[in-house]
Design a protein around this ligand. Structure first.
Ligand code: HEC
Length: 161
């Protein structure tokens, strides 16, 4: 009799500990989820506004593009046929290229960090880092300009990435 009640008490204790573990688990998962949501919202806030349907942004973007980017990426976004020996060619930004295969976060990061963001196995890129040269508004504008050259289906497809 004594034996079974001790076992019952042990069993109750074990169940209680199990419950506590579950409560802790849910709590920790909740905290992680909130942290994740905060990080994601901070990340999306750091992306400058990009709007290919805003004529002012597109006009500013064209100026920035012609002054800073056209020498490598081509005046008509066509890319670079020849790049200096041992360096990657600047890819086209029109719909024939793969720029639209990347999401906005990646594109903004590429412009801010330039070729320095690539690892040595990816090759040598002469692309300058623009984070201290262009403002966020100018970076958003240059992407608005680039996107304004894309047909609607390409724009929609890029927006899903
Ligand atoms: C000195 C040449 C050079 C200049 C100037 C230059 N780029 Fe690039 N860019 C490159 C090269 C080379 C790559 C491919 C390697 C890489 O991703 O760094 C590249 C890649 C990119 C990418 C990555 C997207 C993709 O299609 O892979 C973006 C976006 C980009 N450039 C935008 C710009 C913008 C916007 C400017 C002007 C503000 C600019 N670049 C100026 C050479 C240049």
């Amino acid at each position: 009799m004594k034996k079974t009640s001790r076992r019952a008490r042990q069993e109750a204790l074990r169940r209680q500990q199990q419950k506590q573990r579950i409560v802790w688990g849910i709590g920790i998962a909740g905290v992680l989820l909130i942290l994740f949501a905060v990080i994601m919202s901070l990340r999306s806030q750091t992306i400058p506004a990009i709007d290919p349907d805003d004529p002012e942004a597109v006009a500013l973007g064209r100026q920035v593009y012609e002054a800073q980017c056209a020498s490598c990426h081509g005046i008509n976004l066509e890319g670079q046929a020849d790049s200096p020996e041992g360096t990657l060619p600047a890819p086209p930004h029109d719909e024939t290229g793969h720029t639209w295969h990347h999401n906005d976060v990646y594109l903004v990061e590429s412009i801010k960090l330039g070729g320095a963001r690539l690892s040595s196995s990816q090759g040598v890129s002469a692309m300058p880092a623009y984070e201290n040269i262009l403002s966020d508004e100018q970076i958003g504008a240059v992407l608005s300009y680039i996107k304004s050259a894309w047909p609607t289906d390409i724009r929609l497809s890029q927006a899903q990435r």
